[in-house]
Design a binder for this molecule. Sequence first.
Ligand SMILES: Cc1cc2nc3c(=O)[nH]c(=O)nc-3n(C[C@H](O)[C@H](O)[C@H](O)COP(=O)(O)OP(=O)(O)OC[C@H]3O[C@@H](n4cnc5c(N)ncnc54)[C@H](O)[C@@H]3O)c2cc1C
Ligand code: SF4
Length: 344
Amino acid sequence: MKTFAYFRAETADQAPHLLASHASPDYLDGQQANASQGGKYIAGGTNLLDLMKLQIETPIALVDISRLPLTDVEETAEGGLKIGAMVTNSDLAAHPLVRERYAVLSRALLAGASGQLRNKASTGGNLLQRTRCYYFYSPTSPCNKRIPGSGCPAREGRNRMHAILGISEHCIAQHPSDMAVAMQALDASVETRRIDGSSRRITLADFYLLPEDHPERENVLEVGELITHVILPPVPAGQHAYRKVRDRASYAFALVSVAAVIDATAGQINSARLAFGGIGVMPWRNREVEQLLCSQPASPQLFNQAAELLLKDARGSGDNNFKIALTRRVLLSVLTDACKGELQ
Ligand SMILES: Cc1cc2nc3c(=O)[nH]c(=O)nc-3n(C[C@H](O)[C@H](O)[C@H](O)COP(=O)(O)OP(=O)(O)OC[C@H]3O[C@@H](n4cnc5c(N)ncnc54)[C@H](O)[C@@H]3O)c2cc1C
Ligand code: SF4
């Protein structure tokens, strides 16, 4: 591991200043291709420390945000929830309001990682965890996400875990988070604090970026911008489910997952929120599919049309071709169960 300076932030206002005052001017100007060469926040450290040990992230300074008072889950005036960025995955999954109203989120969190990891992993850090592409974690491999322009060996190499939607010729890495998939279905937003002291709110739908020509850029956060909270709007009526297909029953990333909030009777879907994990370069949601499902009486034909629409642009790269058929089957089973009132 390379040496780095270490600072602990006591307040959310202080953290961006600390990061700014210990980063090079190039980094702050956004000139540096690999932002990991500047300063980094460390929350639970469950992803960042692994990457630092491999020298894939080599920050010159760490700003420890683990003691920031961002550990509350509060009700908002609108009837939603405001979740502090340092709420752990375990605490969020177990929170009574989350279990009662946002069961899809609680289930997605509990489907991720292991109990020990969830006790450390934070809400903000989970949204920003890096891909699990094997080549990204191998310092001796080329990888456009790590070293822009160096190539993407995953496209013709080992790509069983990789994305089938949103990919580009420069990167096919999948987004690994389970929590973010449920939050995408719930129309979550993040609240942030920038280096200049200003705050902003970004919907999760606008937060992540497609790889296109710049897979090294994964989201719209500016250099040094701190996530302070996640906001969940009131949840619509419906049955909640998080289904995750993986290689073993626990402690494995999703091959395909779906977060669903569906209001349905035997003959009609009244509203559907569906977000997918394991198949996209970001937590994947397609609102046209949701609209189609509510546009006519529920039937196997309609469900097949919805699967066609969802997978219209899906592209396998070899090892991961199976994800196209698997996604279809997972979607059909979720919709069928929802119409029987048996979604869980
Ligand atoms: C063996 C293993 C199995 C796993 N399995 C799963 C799984 O099945 N499903 C799943 O979803 N996840 C899984 N994970 C990933 C785990 O959930 C993440 O590592 C964790 O959520 C990251 O949170 P953290 O607080 O530890 O982040 P850190 O490692 O501290 O930080 C991650 C990144 O986020 C940045 N950051 C953190 N907080 C903020 C903030 N508030 N504002 C701005 N930037 C911030 C950091 O600078 C860093 O770049 C697994 C991890 C491991 C090691
Ligand atoms: S898929 Fe993306 S992360 Fe993996 S090797 Fe290719 S460029 Fe790197």
